[in-house]
Design a binder for this molecule. Structure first.
Ligand code: SAH
Length: 396
């Protein structure tokens, strides 16, 4: 039987609307040392009148419980198995698992009703990332259930949570294989090959969330001189090459990222001298770029605001970066600009880009409003899950 946490009066409303988080302030009291509840434990949540509200993972912090179910049930291995199967059925419906597309996100946390869990698939390898102690403790069960999903042929499961778990929880998670050991680390996205380094790379090794936006960019690449800022593994660069770009320059401050980009270009376009990568700071690079040197610029920086407290600075950062990009693109050029900060809303980002455009004085039109792809779904009860936003701009 799970331990019970009780909500203050009236604090059950958000759970009635299936919002998956219980904030610590909504609880009558946070469990103390005498309560025998540990971080990562499964707890029952009750309304003040004793009505059961469901079960979830307990955690010390402002989000105290991440709900797994709004019914008073046992969280068994089969519970995870069924949630994973539902996630897989949805990806199957999206047509994302094909010989020419082996990289996709299978589980997107709250978006798949599994708060705290991310699973990316690269061929027959699943990379599992826990963002909560509860999911960390469930990792072996989840890994085993992943290998049992019918139609999804997972042979290896790699666990990569050293940097995503709350470090105060002292879980000492180590990255490593939970099941098997992958032979190949090349995945295919829309027919393009990518070396995925889940051992050392950022996140799970690749940013699958830009897949649709890369496809769109490909359509605008023919004959253009392309600048891909914050290139990481060179995703946008590889698509621009296939789209027939006249020239592609990739920039990242990390020399490791530049090497990854060069390797991915070589994997798809060996001996093609249209591409060059530079290990440089993006702002400096743009400062030293002549006006009109590029016809298509991609700005896909890391999250400038990881928390709400950093919001003002982040918005200033977006404005500065976008002003530089819009100022430098050639007449008739296109700018793809993104923010992956969850703390920055779509409206705030648009306002920052608007201010940037106004600062340059150029005529700017919005061609496309961009977002995260369907394998990063937003749980309708949890709008906070919408994080990636972007604009494709036409600059006269
Ligand atoms: N566009 C990429 C993802 C970008 S991730 C994709 O489609 O996969 C953000 C990248 O920005 C990281 O690789 C990081 O090394 C790089 N970066 C961070 N700060 C930077 C800076 N000031 N100048 C250039 N690159 C930077």
């Amino acid at each position: 039987m799970y331990k019970t946490l009780t909500l203050k009066r009236g604090k059950e409303e958000s759970l009635r609307r299936f919002h998956p988080w219980v904030f610590s302030g909504a609880l009558v009291s946070m469990p103390g040392q005498n309560d025998d509840i540990e971080e990562g434990d499964i707890v029952r949540v009750e309304a003040s009148d004793g009505t059961p509200m469901g079960v979830g993972h307990f955690q010390i912090g402002s989000i105290a419980v991440r709900m797994l179910s709004f019914d008073d049930i046992d969280i068994t291995p089969e519970f995870y198995g069924e949630a994973l199967r539902q996630a897989w059925l949805m990806r199957k419906a999206l047509g994302l698992c094909r010989p020419d597309n082996t990289a996709f996100r299978l589980v997107h946390g709250e978006g798949d009703f599994l708060p705290g869990l991310v699973v990316d698939i690269y061929g027959d390898t699943a990379v599992l990332q826990a963002h909560s102690p509860g999911m960390h403790f469930a990792r072996e069960i989840i890994a085993m259930q992943l290998t049992q999903i019918e139609g999804l042929d997972i042979r290896s499961v790699y666990y990569k949570s050293e940097t995503t778990l709350p470090y105060k929880a002292h879980l000492d998670a180590t990255n490593g294989y939970l099941i098997g050991h992958s032979e190949s680390s090349v995945a295919v996205e829309n027919g393009l090959k990518f070396n995925i380094d889940w051992l050392r790379g950022q996140k799970t090794g690749f940013f699958v969330d830009q897949r649709d936006n890369r496809m769109l960019l490909e359509h605008y690449s023919a004959g253009r001189r392309v600048l891909n800022m914050f290139c990481y593994t060179g995703g946008f660069s590889v698509y621009a090459m296939r789209g027939g770009a006249a020239q592609v320059h990739s920039v990242d401050s990390s020399s490791k990222a530049v090497a990854l980009t060069d390797a991915n270009i070589a994997l798809n376009f060996p001996d093609d001298n249209r591409h060059e990568a530079f290990a440089e700071d993006a702002f400096k690079f743009l400062d030293n770029t002549a006006k009109g040197a590029y016809d298509l610029i991609i700005l896909d920086p890391p999250a400038f605001a990881k928390h709400r407290s950093a919001l003002r600075n982040a918005l200033r950062g977006y404005q500065k970066l976008n002003a530089a990009g819009i100022a430098k693109v050639a007449p008739g050029g296109i700018v793809f600009t993104f923010s992956c900060s969850q703390a920055v809303s779509r409206e705030q980002f648009r306002l920052a880009v608007f201010s940037a455009a106004a600062q340059t004085g150029r005529k700017v039109r919005i061609l496309h409003q961009l977002t995260q792809p369907a394998d990063h779904p937003v749980n309708i009860y949890h709008p906070e899950g919408e994080y990636l936003k972007g604009l494709a701009l036409y600059v006269e």
